[in-house]
Design a protein around this ligand. Structure first.
Ligand code: PBG
Length: 336
């Protein structure tokens, strides 16, 4: 909604500090509210049992084996977090140029989803559709002679969405940025009677430097050939983000996402205002790492900057936030 700016306001009849003078006045005039209902917790899964492996570039974030993951997600669920995302770090030996492990119904991710949904049916589970955790080339689509093939990748993405839906995944998150994927994934979900499985499209996903720690977590950084600039968006553009979101919505996306979050708050606002659909921000691994690293050396107060960051997404218009801070934020929000 357009705000009416009153140019007639002036000092001393207007004193802006009156509404800030104490806690009750600030609470009363507060415009943006962050709640645990806004949080989506991204997690990483590895093979084994009883495993909890540190991710060096993401202090406080771990790769868990399926059994431990269930217990960790239970904590998130008990804190009131509505949705978790699960990303697999599979055995290097299973990564191939055709990323065939992505469509194996018994791959690590599908087993994790099945187990989580069986033990914790009340928690929402989301999975990425993209080939990078499964590809020996580290790309989201099929790689051939330095090119990422668009149309050849689409049937694999559809098959990947189907094995995830069969495993019990509630929300499919196409994060690959191939053209036309949302429409084709929606059609194959529908053909296979997965009418209730939602799609949260990574609509405006930028070719960003902030994904580095994530690529360490899923083990794709050392494999990655070149960069992702021929399919992920140019950070200088925002008209393009509107077109991407519009196409995804037309193709059947139930929700859209902007990624990364903090450097693209303007894009979140634009897309929310243009389309009025549920809009999410991905506060990505590099954004998380910045706050953690600076707070660990005592340069920032972690809880303050974390809540300030998450609130900024809501103020920009996001309905929710994928964030590695989710559990820590939920704990604080619950106490207050
Ligand atoms: C895979 C994918 C990426 C992220 C989520 N899904 C990395 C990439 O596109 O290279 C990044 C998330 C993060 O940095 O936290 N397509």
């Amino acid at each position: 909604m357009e705000k009416i700016i009153k140019f007639t306001e002036h000092f001393p009849s207007t004193r802006m500090r009156r509404n800030r003078k104490n806690s009750w006045a600030r609470r009363l005039t507060s415009e943006t509210h962050l709640s645990v209902d806004d949080l989506i917790w991204p997690t990483f899964v590895i093979e084994g049992s009883g495993e909890k492996k540190r991710i060096k570039s993401m202090p406080g974030v771990y790769c868990y084996s399926i059994d431990v993951l269930v217990d960790e997600i239970r904590i998130a669920y008990e804190l009131g977090i509505p949705l978790v995302a699960i990303f697999p770090h599979i055995d290097e030996k299973l990564k191939t140029p055709d990323a065939r492990e992505a469509v194996n119904p018994d791959n690590l991710l599908c087993r994790a989803v099945r187990e989580v949904k069986q033990k914790l049916p009340e928690v929402g589970v989301m999975c990425d559709v993209a080939l990078d955790p499964f590809s020996s080339d580290g790309h989201d689509g099929l790689y051939q002679n330095g090119q990422i093939l668009n149309d050849e990748t689409l049937p694999i993405l559809c098959a990947q969405a189907l094995v995830q839906a069969e495993a019990g995944c509630d929300i499919i998150g196409p994060s690959d940025m191939m053209d036309g994927r949302v429409g084709q994934i929606r059609a194959s979900l529908d053909e296979n009677k997965f009418l209730d499985v939602s799609i949260m499209a990574y609509s405006a996903k930028y070719a960003s430097g902030f994904y580095g720690p994530f690529r360490d977590a899923v083990g794709s950084s050392k494999n990655l050939k070149g960069d992702k600039k021929t399919y992920q968006m140019d950070p200088t553009n925002s008209d393009e983000a509107i077109r991407e979101a519009g196409m995804d919505i037309a193709e059947g996306a139930d929700m859209v996402m902007i990624k990364p979050g903090l450097p693209y708050l303007d894009v979140i606002k634009l897309i929310k205002q243009c389309f009025c659909v549920p809009t999410f921000a991905y506060n990505v691994s590099g954004e998380y790492a910045m706050l953690k690293a600076a707070s660990e050396v005592g340069w920032l107060d972690y809880n303050t900057v974390m809540l300030e960051t998450l609130t900024s997404f809501k103020r920009a218009g996001a309905d929710g936030i994928l964030t590695y801070h989710a559990r820590e934020a939920a704990l604080i929000l619950k106490k207050s």
